[in-house]
Design a binder for this molecule. Structure first.
Ligand code: COA
Length: 434
């Protein structure tokens, strides 16, 4: 049989495929724009219309309004478990009808291989090439691990998915069923470059020399900081998430990857999510490699590049430098992602630096993000032992290797002026020498 004939024998509709679903199935799904909204909609519909129950769906970085996250009446019948929980998953986890699996992003493929079996792995792909391969487009993070641990592979072919030539591929012979679904991929809203993010970007840019290798985390501030690096030369990219500002840096010539110690000449990432410009950039581009997250986010791999600089966001930081990037008090906001992987990798790299950057206040200036202690229930993402630099629009605090008193003094100096007296008072109350 030719590959085209094999394709035709496996081609079906999402509704027909949903007839294969059984009670108690565990489904694995890829993350971000590599998720399968057509298949999941039909599966949810079948669960709703039958007595099927106990279906579990494992996800990460949810970018579609999946019914098992949006509709609490499906809980128990079809339940979402997210490794990161953003988008609709965040609301469902906080609402109590979906669950969250804590873990470092780099560990997920290993945990999948050790602890999980899937009845089906669902993944969005670009159209088949003449050799019978489907590119997994924007994502490489844990797809290989889920492929290895799944009884069935269900793919959703979307002709708008980019074809990543240096990314994970699936061959037609590995696939059990194909659904076609053509639609524009979801995009993130464009980054807003306000005064605060421009100031923070400028402060960090002063700390970054030509030839540095960068990682930018998820959130508005890291992406805005990327935009502040356009005047640099010979930058490299080794990152978890490939962002809009990275395309900008490559296209303006600031990034050429020429001084990297590993993967010289190439940008390395494990997934991409942003604007259509990113997806067009990835398409057929041998200059970007999408590799599994257990490799890309391994601190020892990250540290192989000299002058590695990581820039990530946070929700609050206490006076010891404990960083919360996952919750507002007890309200769950996201998983750890790769923040700590890059903090550690950058700190181990020769000449490397790690920056955690955020605006000094939240909620219209009414809340200081620098706190005497973390809010009860807040999750500590980066510990006091790992943290390096903290940045707000009021400056930069170098914490790594510094005492508690030195940390508190520096952090109070970059807190919003309206909160400095209160922070100083609290620090003294706790016996921190100032
Ligand atoms: N107290 C109360 N509310 C706060 C707050 C605080 N200390 N800090 C932020 N908020 C609110 C904001 O006002 C905003 O509310 P809104 O949605 O009603 O506007 C919301 O929380 C999100 O804050 P924002 O600063 O806009 O977040 P972001 O979109 O830039 O994302 C993280 C920030 C920390 C959630 C994000 O970076 C993340 O998920 N990090 C974890 C993983 C990670 O760092 N991975 C790195 C590799 S990709």
């Amino acid at each position: 049989m030719t590959y085209k004939e094999m394709y035709q024998t496996k081609l079906t509709t999402a509704e027909k495929l949903a007839e294969s679903l059984e009670s108690g199935w565990v489904l694995g799904m890829d993350s971000g724009p590599s998720q399968t909204p057509g298949i999941m909609k039909a599966f949810a519909q079948r669960v709703r219309n039958t007595d099927i129950a106990g279906v579990k769906v494992q996800t990460l970085l949810d970018v579609y309004p999946f019914e098992f996250y949006a509709d609490d009446s499906l809980a128990g019948k079809m339940t979402g478990y997210s490794w990161f929980s953003s988008g609709g998953a965040r609301k469902a986890v906080n609402g109590g009808w979906a669950d969250f699996i804590p873990g470092y992003y780099r560990d997920i493929p290993g945990i999948i291989r050790r602890d999980y079996e899937y009845d089906a792995f669902c993944v969005a792909v670009s159209p088949m090439d003449k050799h019978g391969y489907f590119s997994l487009g924007n994502n490489a993070s844990y797809a290989q691990a889920m492929t290895d641990k799944s009884k069935r592979i269900y793919i959703e072919v979307n002709d708008r998915q980019p074809r990543a030539v240096c990314g994970t591929q699936l061959h037609i012979s590995q696939v059990d069923a194909i659904v076609e679904n053509s639609f524009e991929l979801p995009v993130l809203p464009p980054v807003v470059l306000d005064d605060v993010s421009l100031t923070i970007g400028g402060i960090i840019a002063e700390q970054i020399g030509d030839g540095a290798c960068i990682q930018l985390g998820i959130g508005a501030i890291p992406d805005a900081t990327g935009m502040a690096l356009k005047a640099k030369h010979d930058l490299g990219i080794h990152t978890e998430m490939f962002t809009d500002s990275m395309v900008e840096l490559i296209e303006c010539g600031a990034v050429n990857n020429s001084r990297k110690q590993i993967h010289r000449g190439k940008s390395i990432t494990t997934f991409a999510y942003g604007s259509k410009r990113i997806y067009d950039f990835i398409d057929d581009n041998p200059g970007i490699e999408l590799l599994p997250v257990d490799y890309v986010n391994d601190p020892a791999v990250i540290a192989k590049n000299d002058n590695m600089v990581s820039i990530n966001a946070a929700l609050e930081v206490d006076l010891m430098g404990q960083v919360c990037a996952e919750s507002v008090g007890t309200k769950h906001m996201s998983g750890s992602g790769g923040q700590i992987d890059y903090v550690r990798g950058a700190c181990q790299s020769r000449g490397g630096k790690s920056f955690i950057a955020f605006s000094s206040t939240a909620k219209g200036g009414s809340i200081s993000k620098i706190k005497p202690i973390l809010t009860p229930g807040a999750v500590c993402t980066t510990s006091k032992n790992d943290v390096d630099y903290i940045v707000t629009e009021y400056g930069l605090a170098k914490l790594r290797g510094r005492s508690l008193a030195e940390r508190a003094k520096q952090l109070i100096a970059i807190a919003h002026p309206d909160f400095r007296d209160e922070l100083r008072f609290e620090a003294k109350q706790r016996g921190i020498m100032l």
